[in-house]
Design a protein around this ligand. Structure first.
Ligand code: 9YT
Length: 128
């Protein structure tokens, strides 16, 4: 077993600014667990169009507030204790709160290599 902290990740390439906040990729492919765990900050006032074509993702909110919107226009407020699940590789909008960051634990299956980067300029949605 091992223990890893946010400060450990900050010394590595697995701490990324993803365009609308930060992501500590706490577990990556090389850890051999079969999934990735990230501590993700979504900055207040941001909106990102995201689309993970090669990974399923579930995001569990541990602090703050925000919302997620599917491509049918359904808007889901996200608060601590909520999980949103992209079980169909769903394209979606992710928004931080008006004045409050949204803090998520994001799980990816299959795992990320850890060095993937978003390109939020893509009209089709950023992802990997
Ligand atoms: C919630 C979400 O997907 N945010 C984007 C960052 C992601 N956790 C990543 O590490 O790329």
């Amino acid at each position: 077993m091992f223990v890893r902290s946010l400060s450990d990740v900050e010394k590595t390439q697995f701490f990324v600014e993803w365009g609308a906040g930060t992501s500590h990729r706490l577990l990556t492919e090389k850890d051999g667990m079969g999934f990735t765990v990230c501590h993700t900050v979504v900055r207040a006032g941001t909106e990102s169009l995201l689309h993970y074509r090669n990974h399923l993702e579930a995001c569990y909110c541990i602090a703050g507030e925000g919302e997620v919107e599917d491509m049918d226009g359904n808007v889901y407020p996200i608060r601590p204790g909520d999980i949103y699940v992209l079980d169909q590789n769903d394209r979606h909008y992710l928004r931080g709160g008006k004045d409050t960051d949204l803090i998520l634990v994001s799980i990816f299956n299959p795992p990320l290599k850890g060095i993937e980067r978003h390109d939020l300029t893509k009209q089709t949605g950023s992802g990997y």
